[in-house]
Design a protein around this ligand. Sequence first.
Ligand SMILES: C[S@@+](CC[C@H](N)C(=O)[O-])C[C@H]1O[C@@H](n2cnc3c(N)ncnc32)[C@H](O)[C@@H]1O
Length: 260
Amino acid sequence: MIHNNKSLSIAVCPSGAEQYDNATGLSRKLSIPLMPCETEEFEFLLQCSANGLALKQTGKDAPGPIVVSFTSRTMTYRVKHGGGRSQALARAIGLKKGRQPTVIDATAGLGRDSYILAFLGCHVHMLERSPILAVLLEDALYRAEQSEQAAEIIKNRLLFTHIDSKMYLEKLQQDEYPDIIYLDPMFPERTKSSLVKKEMRLLRGLAGDDQDAAELFTIALGCVQNRVVVKRPRLAPPLGSITPSHQITGKTSRFDIYLI
Ligand SMILES: C[S@@+](CC[C@H](N)C(=O)[O-])C[C@H]1O[C@@H](n2cnc3c(N)ncnc32)[C@H](O)[C@@H]1O
């Protein structure tokens, strides 16, 4: 399969007989082989199970599987104890009480930042170009829609489109420009806590480094009403070497804010 311009060795597998139809459908949709889950022939496996879709890397030192979930324990903890509107992400976006800004998350990835912003009241449109991450996000949205805890947020404030954001943003008319564009492109030397590290390792293996991030950033600056926010590793240079209006720096990462 060709993925973000590189060839990717990936198959889909059903974790049990009841998942066979699901897995066959995905195999057709993504044009990837259908295999038993024990196979070691492919670098990645998309595993269909009753608990949702999981992405797994094969081989000895591979990180554990990831499932995109808006209702997982980690996500629920982040929602409850992440600091609400005073957390760095919300301050970078410029969240104010009573306001519900429109945000395009042009690098949706596993959808975590998007979900937090939607939880805090933003109307978020997630864009992701990876076809594998797109099916993981769609699966997560479907499951969250059935849950009591997340259904309202998903239905009213979280939208997803599988597309390259550069293409999407370039086609926006001026009256469609969002208040905020959020970018969190993959950065080559990112080091984080063990959990994030595992997810980032897998994401990087799947999607590669986002070599065109500076190009996406330039496009974003031209089609937004209020600000572009770029997440960077704490010590990384600003994206495209453009000095931000201001920065919010945390322990491992930093938000560069570009006011329009
Ligand atoms: C570091 S991850 C983002 C993680 C995300 N903020 C989260 O909370 O899960 C970066 C993602 O951006 C996606 N991406 C990068 N450039 C893109 C583009 N031009 N269009 C759409 N998606 C893009 C990559 O495929 C990757 O999944």
